[in-house]
Design a binder for this molecule. Sequence first.
Ligand SMILES: Nc1ncnc2c1ncn2[C@@H]1O[C@H](COP(=O)(O)OP(=O)(O)O)[C@@H](O)[C@H]1O
Ligand SMILES: [Mg+2]
Length: 283
Amino acid sequence: MKVLFATCAALPAGDGDDDALVDALADVGVHASWTAWGTPVEADLVVLRSTWDYPERLPEFLAWCDSEPTLVNPASVVRWNVDKTYLVGLADAGVPVVPTAVAKPGFTDWPDGEFVVKPTVGAGSRGALRVTAGDHETAAAHLATLDVPALVQPYQANVDAVGETAMVFLGGQYSHAFTKGAMLTADAEFDESGLYVVERLSGAAPSAAQRRVAEDVMDAAAALTGLRRNDFLYARVDLVPGADGSPLLLELELVEPSLGFRQTDATAPLRFASAVRAALSRR
Ligand SMILES: Nc1ncnc2c1ncn2[C@@H]1O[C@H](COP(=O)(O)OP(=O)(O)O)[C@@H](O)[C@H]1O
Ligand SMILES: [Mg+2]
């Protein structure tokens, strides 16, 4: 059985986080190798990984996803998840989400305190701007540089102290978690490819409240996409503490999340390999 990991041309073998997956898959009889997305490929499974240059080439990316019948997560999921306005749908489904406004030209309903203006389609923190309370001029100027609509959210200041908690699900089941330090800070730096802000990561043990919200997010995402949870080969639920400390969803990553394999123990790649085998057996 042959699996291809899809990446971007700037990172021909991924960013290193997935290195252990190739051996873990080989152990269970699956040959995995890397390919840059864009041209048609053939494999029993094409797994999206570090395709981080797609926001600039979105129509091309979506067309390529549509043309790959063995893509995971599937193209329909990609289409739903590349646009962060899915957050509004999840909030409507009852999931606790960071308050999210969809800003069109002429938007004036800025939050009261510090806030964030960021693209609906984005990755690697690119295009996200943290704005000082009341600085509507800077916010409007940034909004004008983004494709509209864009997203406006109150800045969740607890992130500065505790970061965000990324909870990884493999084959629909919880696997592990890691913490990502605040990204919109003065000392943030891009990696040499320019595709993502360098992240400060460490392992994490989520609280019961975080685990419950993450499970609810997974259920709601399955309902909204008309799939079963195990149709998601991988998912990452990013939670931040709200003003009162309770977990809020910042992002549900079903396209190209880093899965933090270097921040957790060696059994996570084995679970990934098993989830791949399960996905292959359902075909
Ligand atoms: N409302 C917010 N409050 C606090 N931090 C935020 C907020 N929105 C974004 N950030 C910071 O910016 C980073 C990137 O934003 P995110 O929505 O995760 O987009 P992406 O990771 O797809 O670029 C987050 O990891 C977080 O550190
Ligand atoms: Mg993010």
